[in-house]
Design a protein around this ligand. Structure first.
Ligand SMILES: Cc1ncc(COP(=O)(O)O)c(C=O)c1O
Length: 410
């Protein structure tokens, strides 16, 4: 707690507190008093500058002179770049080749001459290895994204700010979880200053490495990870975050990626907030219900807003599928004139919209397969559509979201 308080004092030198805002939409949706901690409005558009600045500002003069290094595909690199420009410390930041140009530009703009960006391999693991090698060769200090007490103390300042701004202890706090640094820092503060508050850690369903660690009794590597919620898609949580979770025992929940997308769209369309997938995890978790008395005060950490605009097409698609409004089918059409017209007249309902149709006419065959995507107005229209398909002479096979073919259409 002392470390967090020291970090909060240090951060006052370089940043303003982020706003804590009541969400009318989420309060109405849940019957709770929902507040958003707007970390997307930080200078680096996520809370990541807090931990990086805390670590770098605490280095000795000798360590500062040797510089720092990190590997990251996104927000952590921006936090380190920001911290280096503010402290006058040099950084060598290793990025995997897949890092989008927009992120490279943001890192360069935040770090200016203090930051040297190196494209260090094809994957994050390659970049991490290159960063570790550079640290060993040069004596540069590594800046871990989550598994370091200094990083964790910096992230904990999100909680001290929330308590100061709210002026009273909330009934619950919902925190997104990747490697667990933010959750660990906030747990320390809440245990000390708001011990009755329930803390809920929200992980993406495709990368629930904290839940896996709790089951296994320590951090374990997930066999596979869905990287869609990129900020929080971490294969193995940190030792320090695990220790904090073991000690304080927060509740944990997993949020399906499609539900994150539905929430990202609501944040954008209703509230005018650009949230990246990890940034929408906490508010998306509210959709699963919190089991709290009506009117309880809940703070959700909206942790970041670095969303590339080109991602919204996929977000829209995943949201429609999650809500049962978009479906794909393989349809065997008789290869005879009028077959498509009959499908339109007899199988599709008046409000069903074809959004994809891929068909190749085959010679010397009686039927030809088509991949058909249909968007419904209402999820209740799905059953009648399937019934009409069954009653028709066509052979129709729904494409399940788990199948490899579905990954092709998404
Ligand atoms: C926007 C955002 N939210 C949440 C997380 C998860 O944070 P942690 O690794 O501290 O659990 C990250 C991590 O990069 C992030 O960028």
């Amino acid at each position: 707690m002392d470390d967090v308080e020291r970090a909060a004092t240090r951060l006052e030198e370089v940043s303003e507190p982020t706003p804590l805002q009541r969400s009318a939409r989420l309060s109405a949706l849940t019957g709770l008093e929902v507040w958003l901690k707007r970390e997307d409005l930080n200078e680096v558009r996520s809370y990541k500058g807090r931990g990086a600045y805390t670590l770098i500002a605490s280095l000795s003069d000798e360590e500062r002179a040797r510089g720092v290094t990190c590997a990251s595909a996104g927000n952590h690199a921006q936090g380190v770049a920001f911290a280096c420009a503010r402290t006058g410390v040099r950084a060598r930041i290793f990025l995997p080749r897949t890092t989008p140009r927009q992120k490279r530009q943001r890192i360069a703009a935040l770090g200016g001459d203090w930051v040297d960006v190196v494209i260090g391999g094809d994957t994050y693991d390659d970049a991490a290895l290159a960063s570790a090698t550079w640290a060993a060769e040069s004596g540069a200090t590594p800046v871990p994204a989550f598994d370091d007490p200094r990083t964790i103390a910096g992230q904990g300042t999100v909680a001290t700010e929330v308590l100061d701004q709210l002026g009273t202890a909330p009934d619950a706090v919902v925190v997104p979880v990747g490697g667990g640094g933010l959750l660990a820092g906030m747990l320390v503060v809440l245990a000390e200053r708001a011990s009755a508050a329930r803390v809920l850690g929200a992980e993406p369903a495709g990368a629930a490495s904290m839940a896996a660690a709790v089951v296994a009794g320590g951090p374990v590597e997930l066999e596979s990870v869905d990287s869609f919620v990129d900020g929080a898609a971490v294969r193995r949580i940190g030792e320090h975050p695990y220790e904090a979770v073991r000690r304080h025992g927060p509740d944990l929940t997993t949020v399906p990626e499609g539900m994150v997308c539905v929430e990202m769209l609501d944040l954008y369309q209703s509230d005018g907030i650009i949230a990246e997938p990890a940034g929408a995890l906490a508010t998306a978790a509210l959709r699963q219900g919190l089991d709290l008395p009506p009117g309880s005060t809940v703070v959700c950490v909206l942790s970041g807003g670095n969303n590339d605009v080109s991602r919204y097409a996929e977000v829209w698609e995943r949201a429609l599928v999650h809500e049962g409004l978009k479906h794909y089918f393989l349809v065997e059409f008789p290869q005879e004139p009028g077959a498509l017209r009959r499908f339109l007249d007899e199988v599709l309902g008046p409000d069903d919209d074809i959004v994809l149709f891929e068909y190749v006419k085959r010679s010397n065959r009686e039927t030809g397969p088509a991949l058909v995507g249909v968007e419904l107005q209402d999820r209740a229209d799905y059953r009648p559509l399937l019934d009409r398909m069954d009653a028709s002479p066509l052979r129709v096979e729904p494409v399940s979201p788990d199948s490899p073919l579905f990954r092709f259409v998404q």
